[in-house]
Write a protein that binds this ligand. Structure first.
Ligand SMILES: N[C@@H](CCC(=O)N[C@@H](CS)C(=O)NCC(=O)O)C(=O)O
Length: 196
């Protein structure tokens, strides 16, 4: 299998962490692509986004949520994604919340790359409000010892907020801070740290 990824993408990082947590890293070759400039990616994924997975059978699978669930299935199933019931919906909702932080953060970063006169302050404020509210809800939600898809998604996005210096998410969030300091030491997190 081949994973098309970018070393800075928090969504690709989620897949890389999942892959290592599931012990699949020897079966997946990593291929770095720049989704903004590499037009060959569009031939495989019409959206030209990373992550995109090419399976051993040549199937193309995207986006990060689908890839993670696929990897969980080929690793035996039920390890990162609870199969049914309230735990499953909680895990999927946590993943959606984390991905939403990422979508908002990517938009903030894109806006802030523009010349000051071309930035839309209202859009930046709205995205930052979404990130802050999502972080507050994570602070209120006790994290158990599990490192399933919800936690992996959150960890990948907190790493991205740090990497791009989007905002200081640690301020007034001691529980989330303590949790992240613990999980960032996992081999899967260390092996996937973002690099420019
Ligand atoms: N929902 C998608 C989001 C993926 C995404 O936004 N990837 C960004 C990089 S962080 C990308 O490839 N952007 C290129 C583009 O939007 O054209 C997922 O979970 O995989």
């Amino acid at each position: 299998m081949q994973l098309l990824y970018s070393p800075t993408s928090p969504f690709a990082r989620k897949v890389r962490v999942a892959m290592i947590e599931l012990g699949l890293e020897d079966r997946i070759q990593l291929a770095a692509v720049d989704p903004w400039t590499d037009e060959t990616l569009r031939g495989q994924n019409p959206l030209s986004k990373v992550p995109t997975l090419v399976t051993g059978d040549g199937e193309i699978i995207f986006d990060s949520r689908v890839i993670c669930e696929y990897l969980d299935e080929i690793a035996g199933g039920g390890r990162l994604f609870p199969a049914t019931g309230p735990d499953r919906w909680r895990a999927l909702t946590a993943q959606a919340l984390a991905d939403g932080i990422g979508d908002a953060a990517v938009r903030v970063v894109a806006q802030e790359k523009r010349p000051a006169a071309e930035q839309h302050a209202d859009q930046i404020a709205r995205q930052r409000a979404a990130i802050l509210a999502a972080l507050d809800s994570l602070e209120d939600d006790a994290f158990d010892g599990r490192f399933g898809i919800g936690q992996i998604a959150v960890a990948a996005q907190l790493g991205y907020l740090d990497f791009r210096k989007v905002l200081d998410w640690r301020e007034n969030r001691p529980i989330l801070t303590e949790w992240y300091e613990r999980v960032r030491r996992r081999p899967s997190m260390k092996a996937s740290e973002p690099v420019e």
